[in-house]
Ligand binder design. Structure first.
Ligand code: PHE
Ligand code: ZN
Length: 881
């Protein structure tokens, strides 16, 4: 497939389906190589479609073995069947049934889309368009059907048989070693939410009663022997169900809710109705095999998929252009859940770090696209940080702009009005326009316009008049296909910080609320605050109220004052990040003077020292975030062009080293004080103490390798949990030498039978910022811990390497060549994994000329490869454009 040959699908071309499918009866007889699927579809003409249109069903690599219309075998001339579609030329102009039989080979399905086998477990993945790999269908989200599914399999091979909805029958198939289960899902749903699971699985379960009194049986299914690691997921499920009842008024709506963990999965997890299927990485947890970060991700992703039951399933998307309708909103909901369960400011900081690292970098490069794309060639390439994370930011801004009450009323209206439908962004926004009485047409531009806006802010204080004037201006850089940009609606939450904290805000202007919110909805604007008793320092974008870059004309001294005095935790953290970013941007340009950076390091270290001594123990999770500098990749993005990764990494290393040296005594003392007393518990407070201790360990390792190596050794040997062990390993990867290699070996021995832990081991090595890493990665590909067929292994080792700023971007181009070769190899078996890996090239255009040419050559090599999947061809084409 060459990308140029693939049709572009456009939002403006949306037309309702000519046919609807009200009911689907599936009879699936599972066998490893020969699974028989019999589908009985109840069809009728769509009143909104073209009368008399042919029936064209989607397929993908399908083999038809039988077709009947209203029970009678169809004449060969009445239909055309190929692997990619099935057309009934002149169907009756009334309701009728179609019986279609297809035969599949789940064992040969390496794309992990449709029905496949993962470690002997049958499972499905149908979003976005995998259902058409199971049977011919109108595989589009606005065709919603009631499903009844009979599953049959050998009892020994698949004692557990699950599908969507409620189980209505089970039994033995007489005279055979087979059994069956029948599932019925009363809620009409699009095909992408269909799922089945069959296998020998263990489970943990719990009874749940919804707020409206419905009894629900919850269960988490895992590979045999792993039930001991399913408890946290189940616990998270119960908590998020209660939260959705309390905060969004949403109750669950079936008798059962099942979660299944599988070990081969292209994405994180999938919200199939009543049967969520998960990458096992986001289910399995115990203190020995999961880190604090894993516990937090599991909690968040369990919640995310569960929340989709309302935002995604009950209300689904009219078409895939509306993907952010379910994803952005559901990410917002899971972020809020985690914020309530843990620390709100720390969660916000972590989310903003991710947003900047993934979405801002996407928005700054050739793959930039709006939150609601206008056109696509391959929808699987649009499950992006822009649709998900920026999509969530848009919802967050909406809430800030219209206020929590109107937001709540708008959500209620949306649930009421759109329940059972396949909706659009317009319908969603209309609910909030109505609930708030505000015109949201300008706000809607967030869905159409790509690129990260920059706000330039400057302020003046007139001491005599006691007036403070704040000038704000916005611009958005051009992105592919959008050369000129319009202003967007930017909620700027702010405060004016004086010597003793926040000053009262008086503008006397009704356009700008005096309660700390400026709405910058035009190219520029000035706000005058009166009765300002002293020269203030503006604290802008509190809580990161808009997903923008901010250019502030504050001195480092002012920023350091905000760091100690701002009432907004996010901006305290941001202030110090800004000081460090500024220093690193200056030092990251080749040929800059190291002495300036060292002077800045002393200043930052001084502020940190005071902070750690006075407040380090008050909120260790926050302190850990404060201690962590912006990543080298953030600095590269901030520099934006002619980027030399080695110079940036070098600057980062010297700044960290200098800070670490200045703080060594404080950090060692802090680590002792924080040393654990109780047994491991995954709660946020305990995790925060470990995070701070381990952040300190990393700095010590850079600043004082010998002392660092000793601490690593101690921590590794005495740890009773993976978090501390892995942090020790990660710190040790910063210290070249035999001791490191020895520790890497020890780690592998301890976790030899734990693939998910070894993924972290693979990744830690892939991230080493040394020239030997490429060879190491190639060597590790031969290790038995690695497999090109498993997405988690590939993301850990190859994806880890592609995220290694200095080594992926080696000056000799060998990093690009390696990743390009891997993309080409993977594309033959799993195009989705391959195209995600190719996305690692998204920032190539900002590199200095030598690397830029080399990266382009590798991309071009991929683009030229014959027989590429649509997934990879599309990314290659857009990346090169
Ligand atoms: N819809 C899933 C989620 O966000 C993600 C996903 C997309 C999973 C496509 C598989 C395939 O929760
Ligand atoms: Zn989702």
């Amino acid at each position: 497939m060459r990308a140029e040959d693939t049709p572009l699908i456009r939002l403006e071309d949306y037309r309702p389906s000519d046919w609807l499918i009200d009911t689907v009866d599936l009879d699936i007889s599972l066998a490893p190589q020969q699974t028989r699927v019999r589908a009985l579809l109840g069809l009728r003409p769509n009143p909104a479609g073209q009368p008399g249109a042919p029936l064209i069903l989607d397929g993908d690599e399908l083999v038809l073995s039988e077709i009947k219309l209203d029970g009678a075998t169809l004449d060969a001339s009445a239909f055309t069947a190929g692997p990619q579609s099935l057309t009934v030329h002149a169907p009756p102009r009334r309701g009728f049934t179609l019986t279609i039989e297809t035969v599949l080979d789940p064992s040969a399905n390496t794309k992990l889309m449709g029905l496949y086998r993962s470690s002997k477990v049958y499972c499905t993945q149908c979003e976005a368009d995998g259902f058409r790999r199971i049977t011919y269908f109108l595989d589009r989200p606005d065709v919603m059907s009631v499903y009844t599914v009979r599953l049959e399999a050998a009892k020994a091979e698949a004692p557990v048989l699950l599908s969507n909805g409620n189980r209505v029958a089970t039994g033995e198939v007489s005279g055979s070693d087979r059994h069956f289960a029948v599932w019925h899902d009363p809620h009409p749903k699009p095909a992408y939410l269909f799922a089945l699971v069959g296998g020998a699985l263990d489970h943990v379960r719990e009874d749940y009663v919804t707020a409206d009194g419905q009894q629900v049986e919850l269960a988490v299914y895992v590979e045999p022997g792993k039930a001991g690691r399913a408890g946290w997921a189940l616990d998270s499920l119960v908590r998020c169900m209660r939260w959705d009842e309390r905060v969004f008024g949403r109750n669950y709506d079936l008798d059962v809710f099942n979660v299944v963990a599988v070990s081969d999965f292209n994405m994180g997890a999938m919200e199939n109705k009543g049967l969520n299927i998960f990458n096992d990485k986001y289910v399995l947890a115990d203190p020995q095999t999961a880190t604090d970060g894993d516990y937090a991700s599991i909690e968040a992703i369990i919640a995310h998929e569960y929340f989709h039951n309302w935002t995604g399933n009950r209300i689904t998307c009219r078409d895939w252009f509306q993907l952010c309708l379910k994803e952005g909103l559901t990410v917002f909901r899971d972020q809020e859940f985690s914020a309530d369960e843990r620390s709100r400011p720390v969660k916000r900081i972590a989310d903003v770090r991710t947003l900047r690292a993934t979405q801002f970098s996407e928005d700054a490069g050739p793959l930039a696209h709006p939150v609601r794309p206008r056109a696509y060639k391959e929808i699987n390439n649009f499950y992006t940080p822009t649709v998900y994370e920026k999509g969530a930011e848009v919802i967050r801004m909406l809430k800030v702009l219209i206020g929590a009450d109107a937001f709540k009323r708008g959500m209620d209206l949306y649930f009421e009005r759109c329940d059972g439908t396949a909706a659009t962004i317009e319908e969603f926004l209309a609910c909030f326009a109505e609930s708030s009485g505000k015109d949201l047409s300008h706000f809607a531009r967030w869905y159409e316009q790509a690129g990260t806006p920059t706000i330039v802010a400057s302020g003046r204080y007139d001491a005599r008049a006691k007036r403070y004037t704040l000038d704000l201006a916005q611009t958005t850089p051009p992105t592919p296909g959008q050369t000129t940009k319009q202003p967007v609606v930017l909620p700027v939450a702010l405060g004016l910080v004086g010597r003793d904290g926040d000053l009262p805000l008086t503008t006397g202007s009704s356009a700008y609320a005096d309660d700390g919110l400026i709405v910058l909805d035009r190219p520029s604007l000035s706000v005058v605050f009166s009765d300002v008793a002293e020269a203030p320092i503006p604290s802008l974008l509190r809580g990161f109220s808009a997903p923008v870059r901010l250019e502030l004309d504050l001195s480092d001294a002012d920023l350091l004052r905000l760091f100690s005095a701002d009432s907004d935790s996010f901006n305290r953290w941001q202030a110090l990040q800004s000081v460090a970013t500024r220093a690193l941007v200056a030092a990251g340009r080749p040929g800059t003077d190291g002495a300036v950076l060292l002077a800045k390091a002393a200043e930052i270290a001084g502020a940190l020292d005071r902070f750690l001594r006075e407040q380090g123990l008050a909120d260790p999770a926050f302190a850990a975030q404060v201690l962590r500098l912006p990543a080298p990749a953030d600095i590269a993005r901030e520099i934006g062009g002619d980027v030399d990764p080695d110079a940036i990494y070098g600057a980062h290393r010297s700044l960290s080293g200098a800070i670490g040296q200045a703080l060594e005594a404080t950090l060692v003392g802090l680590r002792d004080t924080l040393a654990k007393k109780a047994a491991y518990a995954p709660d946020a407070a305990s995790a925060g103490r470990r995070a701070l201790r381990n952040e300190a360990l990393g700095l010590i390792a850079i600043a004082a390798p010998e002392a660092g190596a000793r601490l690593v050794e101690q921590q590794f040997s005495s740890a009773d949990n993976l978090t501390d062990r892995l942090a020790a390993l990660a710190a040790m990867t910063l210290i070249p030498g035999d001791a490191r290699e020895h520790l890497i070996g020890r780690f592998a021995e301890i976790y030899a039978s734990e693939p998910l832990v070894l993924d972290k081991w693979l990744m830690a090595q892939a991230l080493i910022a040394e020239p030997g890493t490429l060879d190491r990665v190639k060597r590790l590909m031969q290790n038995k811990a690695f497999s090109l067929g498993n997405p988690n292994r590939v993301r850990a080792l190859i994806g880890g390497f592609a995220a290694n700023l200095t080594q992926f971007n080696r000056a000799d181009g060998a990093g690009y060549e390696f990743v390009a070769d891997m993309v080409i190899a993977l594309d033959r078996t799993n195009p989705q994994v391959a195209s995600r890996l190719l996305g690692s090239f998204k920032s190539w255009k900002m590199l200095e000329p030598v690397r830029k040419d080399l990266a382009q050559a590798s991309l071009a090599l991929v683009a030229r490869t014959p027989g590429l999947s649509r997934d990879v061809a599309d990314i290659a084409e857009r990346a090169l454009a």
